[in-house]
Design a binder for this molecule. Structure first.
Ligand code: GDP
Length: 222
């Protein structure tokens, strides 16, 4: 299950433009600063493989990396964008209802909106094996992460919770990572009949690295 080789394939702005070779893929998603680049580098064990590019322009895209010539890691832009998701949904609903009778088509500018094209990716990508939803275990459950998990859950998109920064000591008044994880799981439990699998990781200590690689290989072969 180890990663021997990683190769950047392409950046796409829509599911339609993604590679069409039917290889299985895992999308990596999380809030900016959740530790995504660190985790990917730890998985790949090569610092120079800057999988998650922070270059502007590239962050808005769906980035495909081919692993061992057989499956993909898909890097999605960090959300922060989802903060507006409630607003966007309400606005979209209002606009759609107002214009539906005109059969008005969405203007081109709307198609470049992050959430719409990324949602399109989740909903239309048949080769998506699972979303690895990264959640920072060093902070209490964040509304935005819960919203994201719930949206994926509601849409039956398979996901695995990957808790990051599990090595972190608690801030003076804060809870320990395992306590934050428990709180997150409790909040999620109310919404799911089947609880998504979850893994504790740390890019500093290497915790969870092999478990995550094994998990991905099991899902691929399922
Ligand atoms: P990204 O924006 O999601 O790609 O996050 P980065 O990988 O750039 O990490 C954001 C910050 O969190 C950096 O300061 C990292 O050093 C720190 N960080 C990332 N992973 C870990 C971890 O496992 N443990 C600790 N203690 N800090 C981490």
């Amino acid at each position: 299950s180890q990663i021997k080789e990683v190769e950047f394939v392409k950046s796409s702005s829509r599911a339609k433009d993604c590679p069409k070779d039917n290889r299985p893929e895992f999308a990596i998603l999380g809030r900016s600063n959740v530790g995504k680049s660190s985790l990917i580098n730890a998985l790949v064990r090569k610092k120079e493989v800057a999988l998650t590019s922070k270059k502007p322009g590239k962050t808005q895209l769906i980035n495909h990396f081919l692993v061992n010539k057989s499956w993909y890691i898909v890097d999605l832009p960090g959300y922060g964008f989802l903060e507006e998701v409630g607003l966007i949904l309400r606005l979209t609903a209002t606009v759609l209802l107002s214009f539906l009778w005109l059969f008005a088509r969405a203007p081109d500018s709307a198609k470049t909106d992050w959430s719409s094209f990324t949602k399109g990716y989740f909903l239309n990508r048949e080769t998506l094996v699972a979303v690895l939803l990264l959640i920072d275990a060093s902070v209490p459950p964040q509304r935005i992460d819960l919203d994201c998990a719930n949206w994926l859950g509601r849409n039956n998109i398979p996901m695995t919770f990957v808790f990051t920064k599990c090595d972190k000591m608690k801030a003076s008044k804060g809870k320990r990572p395992d306590e934050n994880i428990k709180d997150f799981q409790e909040l999620i439990r109310e919404n799911y009949r089947q609880h998504p699998p979850w893994i504790m990781t740390s890019s500093v200590t290497g915790l969870g690295r092999d478990e995550l690689l094994l998990h991905m290989s099991q899902l691929r072969n399922y």
